[in-house]
Design a protein around this ligand. Structure first.
Ligand SMILES: [Zn+2]
Length: 86
């Protein structure tokens, strides 16, 4: 079953490099005035799949740190498709 951590998406609000507020660019990407770019869970998965198209859910979860449950929810919402459901 889900834990609470998996249910809430990570929201980046503060730049991890300079501490200034991030501004949302869309598609899960946040940009800071210092040039730093950060991602929320959706953005992390999307960015990973852009560099590694065809990866399965297990690999994507391992590489992004986003839980498989959260990724499956995104698939269910039609945000991503995977060739296999592993
Ligand atoms: Zn910054």
């Amino acid at each position: 079953m889900y834990s609470n951590d998996n249910l809430s998406f990570r929201k980046s609000a503060i730049c991890s490099k300079c501490g200034k507020p991030l501004h949302y660019k869309g598609l899960g990407e946040y940009e800071c005035s210092c040039g730093n770019i950060e991602y929320d869970d959706y953005g992390a998965v999307r960015a990973f799949l852009e560099t590694c198209p065809g990866a399965d859910i297990t690999t994507t979860s391992k590489m992004t740190g986003v839980s498989k449950e959260a990724i499956r929810d995104m698939v269910k919402n039609g945000q991503f498709t995977f060739h296999s459901n592993k």
